[in-house]
Design a binder for this molecule. Structure first.
Ligand code: SF4
Length: 286
């Protein structure tokens, strides 16, 4: 048995079993990433698709995903590789790609505008060891590393990765404890701690997906943008109003098909609310 401390769940994992996320296991009495280097998806994407709008705009980035997730969002857009029966299937089918090979692939695509590697699609931090090992090599090749994450990880994980990470897009999915706990099986406090630490060490953009009837009030958006506007850099300067926020539209999917897509007018209205505090607000999926 061994306890995993990557996220708030602190799973006590029996030898050969996996934790809640399906990606971390116990081997010889120690926790390791079972999904290390197991790649389920790889693509050369525009950086704006991460989404990152203020980090090397117009560039491309080799984007990779593995399998597993430590949240249970019923509206997951990548459920095939995050948490579902299909994810179990993919976990067995995923091909191994070594850190060296991935870094070499990134370099190979430099002429096509590629600036580095983005760890994305599933929740990358539950396999942070692969990010660390790959990102070091990517940096040595003079390229960039990006993480797209739900932010549901201990700050110690971020500290281990931060020397090699250049930009992150982190979800701030809502702003109530109830929303994170009841709908997503997550923990708002852990996400906020992660975001507060991340903005001190890397370029950060945030994303909020608006779910009708769940996190779609102007009051909640006001709370979110107030919070972001107060974030501070490593020297204690308030820099939050310049942190980009992506407000994104929900479409019925996976276990959440009981409601319509978010009204486009509502997204624009919430974006205007956020702009009362923030300088860079973008709308997504509209
Ligand atoms: S990262 Fe996975 S194994 Fe570790 S505590 Fe979180 S859910 Fe459990």
């Amino acid at each position: 048995m061994a306890i995993c401390n990557v996220c708030f769940r602190h799973c006590n994992i029996a030898e050969g079993e996996t934790g809640f996320c399906g990606a971390r296991t116990c081997k010889d009495g120690a926790v390791t990433a079972a999904n290390y280097g197991k790649i389920t998806s790889i693509a050369l994407d525009p950086i704006e698709k991460k989404p990152l709008n203020r980090f090397h705009p117009g560039s491309m980035i080799v984007s990779v995903g593995s399998y597993g997730c430590n949240l249970r969002c019923p509206f997951c857009q990548n459920y095939e590789i995050s948490w579902s029966k299909e994810a179990e299937y993919y976990s067995k089918k995923a091909d191994y790609l070594s850190p060296e090979r991935l870094a070499a692939i990134a370099k190979r695509y430099k002429d096509e505008g590629n600036i580095g590697v983005a760890f994305t699609y599933n929740e990358p931090l539950i396999g942070y060891e692969y990010i660390r090992d790959t990102a070091k090599i990517v940096h040595k090749k003079g390229m960039k590393n990006v993480i797209v994450s739900n932010g549901m990880a201990d700050v110690s994980v971020l500290n281990e990765l931060s020397p090699y990470i250049d930009a992150m897009n982190i979800d701030l999915k809502g702003f109530t404890h109830n929303y994170y706990k009841e709908l997503l099986s997550g923990d708002l406090d852990m996400v906020l701690s992660f975001i507060e630490a991340a903005v001190k060490v890397s370029h950060v953009e945030l994303t909020t997906l608006i779910i009708p009837g769940e996190n779609d009030t102007e009051e909640e958006m006001r709370n979110i943008s107030n919070y972001i506007s107060g974030l501070k850099d490593s020297e204690g300067n308030v820099i939050g109003c310049d942190i980009p926020l992506h407000i994104s539209r929900f479409f019925p999917r996976f276990h959440m098909t009981d409601r319509d897509a978010t009204d486009v007018g509502l997204i624009y209205r919430l974006a205007d609310v956020a702009r009362e505090k923030l300088n860079y607000v973008y709308t997504g999926n509209c």
